[in-house]
Write a protein that binds this ligand. Structure first.
Ligand code: MIC
Ligand code: SF4
Length: 642
């Protein structure tokens, strides 16, 4: 068996391990972060389970840390108190980015993790089967319920050779994105094996599994070996080690071969992470801003390599260099060994250990800027500056370019990039706040600020659905299009009515007003609709605007699940060419849709009333999903079935 199926089979609660069928697995750990967490805990509270039933659940505060009004701070207090009451550990703001801290302090080889953030697979660098999901799915897992997913195909990424000097783990995943594209991993787990694995440190493996999210993959995973054991020992967690490897006769559905030695520095051009070329091919692009950090590239190793490049030098006069170390552990170690001063003296603007620039929480670049960043997504508008062009690179490329002022190849620098993993990391868990003991939980008061509004609930599915196609969209629409996030909007993550005023506005600024006026309707989309974030708000805001269904060529995994969880139909065209026969404002009708779904029909006819024809769409639901859609979403179904 491959590693993926070893872990799936030891955690199987429902279904059988048949590719493409629905399975339910037991979840050992959960994580939430603040921008999706408020909604997840509101939903957890609505479920009425007093204490979490997982082995460990963590609530991180790392996204909405810019407190320019009361909203974010209020949400932090809600999260701290709700976590305390229900048995969840809290990672306070300032402790670091959830995925970095999880990797350092909590990830366990061979166990499962469900997180309300799409980059949860970062923990796959340590051999954990770590999956990103919507907040509601995480709430159910916290309550001890199974997590349901499509039993994945497994792609074996065989690594051989060793990275050459100045070439980074980031270049490995950028190369895979170049080959497979942002939808190449849908329905698949990327499992890494081969002689090249042993040459990669845990932070490097985690960079690769982190950005596997951009392939649309269910998750990515590495074996657990000597390197994992050494890392855990250096984190004071030797006892957490468990070896994990595929059996010699392990089977895979596909194979991708990567010779690490053949790679060179890469860059993803605006505005998609798979728009990848070599730094050489891209040429000397003038840069205005360089941002180093995020859950992809903010480890001790990354920061030390950057410090080596910057030591004794000064940032180019036209460049603003921003550095956000990934965790307090990383920042503390840089402070202790003097590397922090190298960064400061070179002119870096050191920001809090948080998501920060990666999610547009500050450091939005100037109009028309070229911004070079080490994070994982360069979706349109995500930096907070619509006219900016964001390029994704390794920390080595970023640091070299910060000095020269143009996109630069770090291999030309006379720098030793060899950084050893320390024998002992300076860990300190004093910002991890344990929950109240079960017997004291009743006394804990959950504090809710005025920004916390009830979340919208779907209604039972009607017999027949009618409405206009309110928007026709192209391929690869991201969750940043559907529910944009920046420092101005993120404070409203617990206020869906307010957020809905911005729903899909990057595609069409008139959409929210038109949807309201029409009393709801449908959306038309191309391939891979809803790629990117796990944010359930990309389903909740359309739900609030009474969107009843999305008809697309294909969907991203987490978003499709979020739509179903909230009672919105994700329909795919049986014949993709039919997409061309629809226009915005066409009147649509799904006759007898309730009866069809109830009897298990997979084909749902969609009538274009305006143009006088009917096409077939597909809605492949498991029996559980069918009950959910009929009931009007997961919470309604749970109530009905209780
Ligand atoms: C992201 O990187 O897009 C986020 C912000 O971390 C999201 C979660 C969110 O939208 O709050 C994600 O990746 O799931
Ligand atoms: Fe935070 Fe960016 Fe990572 Fe999302 S991708 S968790 S915003 S650092």
């Amino acid at each position: 068996m491959n590693i993926t199926y070893q872990i799936l089979s030891s955690h199987l609660m429902a279904g059988s391990l048949k590719r493409g069928s629905e399975i339910g697995i037991r979840i050992d750990h959960t994580l939430t972060q603040d921008s999706t967490g408020t909604m997840a805990y509101l939903q957890f509270e609505a479920m009425g389970v007093p204490r979490v039933k997982t082995e460990k659940s963590l609530a991180y505060i790392d996204h909405n840390t810019l407190q320019s009004g009361f909203e974010n701070a209020d949400d932090h207090t809600y999260l701290a108190t709700v976590a305390k009451k229900h048995g969840v550990y809290l990672s306070k703001p300032g402790n670091g980015v959830c995925h970095q801290v999880e990797l350092e302090r909590f990830a366990l080889p061979g166990k499962t993790l469900l997180g309300s953030d799409s980059h949860t697979p970062t923990a796959g660098g340590l051999g954990m089967l770590a999956i990103g999901a919507g907040g509601l799915d995480v709430a159910v897992a916290m309550g001890g319920g199974a997590y349901y997913l499509t039993c994945p195909a497994v792609v074996n990424v065989r690594l051989t050779g060793k990275l050459s000097r100045g070439v980074a783990a980031k270049d490995v995943i950028l190369e895979i994105l170049r080959r497979l594209t942002v939808k190449g991993g849908v329905g698949k787990v990327m499992e890494y094996t081969g002689t090249g694995v042993a040459t990669l440190s845990i932070p490097e493996r985690a960079t690769i599994t982190n950005m596997g999210a951009e392939l649309g993959a269910t998750t990515s995973i590495f074996p657990a070996d000597e390197v994992s054991c050494d890392f855990l020992r250096a984190q004071g967690r030797e006892g957490d080690y468990a070896p994990l490897a595929p059996t010699p006769d392990a089977e895979y559905d596909e194979v991708v071969e990567i010779d690490l030695a053949a790679l060179e520095p890469m860059v993803a051009l605006p505005h998609m992470p798979d728009n990848v070329v070599t730094v050489r091919e891209a040429g000397e692009i003038k840069v205005d801003q360089v941002c180093i950090g995020s859950c992809t590239n903010s480890s001790y190793l990354d920061m030390m390599r950057v410090a080596r490049v910057l030591q004794g030098k000064t940032v180019h006069p036209d460049v603003s260099l921003v550095i956000a170390p990934g965790s307090r552990q990383v920042l503390g170690m840089l402070a202790a060994n003097g590397a922090l001063n190298d960064l400061i003296q070179a002119g870096a603007r050191i920001t809090e250990t948080a998501c920060g620039f990666c999610i547009g929480m500050g450091q939005s670049p100037r109009t028309g800027a070229v911004s070079l960043r080490t994070n994982n997504r360069n979706f349109y508008g995500r930096s907070g500056t619509k006219s900016a062009s964001v390029y994704l690179v390794s920390p080595e490329v970023a640091a070299a370019s910060a000095l020269s002022g143009v996109l630069s190849d770090p291999r030309t620098l006379d720098v030793d990039f060899d950084i050893a993993i320390p024998n002992m990391f300076l860990y300190n868990d004093n910002l991890i706040i344990p929950p109240a003991a079960a017997q004291d939980a009743d006394a804990v008061e959950v504090v809710r600020g005025p920004n916390i509004k009830p979340f919208p609930k779907a209604e039972k599915l009607d017999e027949t659905l009618c409405g206009k196609a309110l928007l026709k969209m192209e391929d690869n629409i991201t969750t940043d299009h559907i529910m944009p996030s920046d420092s101005k909007l993120l404070p409203f993550r617990s206020n869906v009515p307010k957020l809905s005023e911005y729903c899909l506005t990057p595609v069409d600024a008139t959409f929210p007003a038109r949807a309201k006026e029409a009393g709801g309707g449908f959306l038309l989309a191309g391939q891979n609709y809803g790629q990117g974030s796990s944010r359930e708000h990309a389903a909740l805001a359309p739900l609030y605007l009474k969107i009843r269904g999305v008809i697309a060529k294909s969907f991203a995994r987490i978003h499709a699940a979020n739509l179903i969880n909230n009672g919105i139909l994700p329909l795919t065209f049986v014949n993709e060419a039919d997409y061309d026969r629809f226009d915005r404002d066409d009147e649509l009708r799904l006759a007898d849709v309730r009866a069809r779904i109830a009897r298990g029909d997979e084909i749902i006819p969609v009538e274009n009333v305006s143009k006088g024809f009917t096409v077939e769409t597909r809605l492949p639901l498991s029996s559980r999903q069918r009950r959910m859609i009929l009931a009007g979403g997961l919470i309604n179904m749970m109530k009905e079935e209780a």
